[in-house]
Write a protein that binds this ligand. Sequence first.
Ligand SMILES: Cc1cc2nc3c(=O)[nH]c(=O)nc-3n(C[C@H](O)[C@H](O)[C@H](O)COP(=O)(O)O)c2cc1C
Length: 199
Amino acid sequence: MPDDPLARADDPLALFDAWYEAARGCGIDKPHAAALATAGADCRATARIVLLSSHDARGFVFHTNYRSRKARELEDNAWATLLFWWDPLGRQVRIEGPCERTAPEESDAYWRSRPRGRQLGAWASEQSAVIPGPEALAARMAEVTRRFEGEAVPRPAHWGGYRLRPEVMEFWREGRDRLHDRLRFRRTEAGWVREWLAP
Ligand SMILES: Cc1cc2nc3c(=O)[nH]c(=O)nc-3n(C[C@H](O)[C@H](O)[C@H](O)COP(=O)(O)O)c2cc1C
């Protein structure tokens, strides 16, 4: 297939942009939802969905509570994977690499773009902690709503972004008879190395 963009792709970030734009245009409710896999010091892998906030040449940014389970695991072991699956397109993208916290100013800027209710929710929820139940969460929400009444809600120091810097990016495209396309890019000192993988 000489005019297949996948066959010609030599820049995984540009390829991600193209696929992400296609995903945004194909009617999926949350094309920015991705599974984030981590493993802490105990080597037990876990995964959960997060929303991609932004991406550029530096990496892929998501936001979370810095005291959550995922954050504790990332402090132990920065290496993580983000996995996107865009069903209508039959496409999957796996992105692996180390995560680091974004600069506080970046987290502030994103925080300011969030609706007030979500800002209050971030104060109300000690993400991943054991709580007595939903009533306790509602009570805490009422408490923080009162506390910040009439003022801008500041960003909690324990809430902010992580940026995953891609070291490996794999693009998977559904094919006939399970003969899917898998194109992997590995970052090396000489640049990205491009390899096809058997499906
Ligand atoms: C569609 C969807 C989007 C989500 N987006 C985020 C997110 O951007 N950040 C986040 O911390 N949790 C998000 N969550 C909740 C996480 O999946 C998870 O339950 C939470 O972060 C706690 O994970 P942990 O205990 O492994 O740290 C989202 C869940 C769903 C289903």
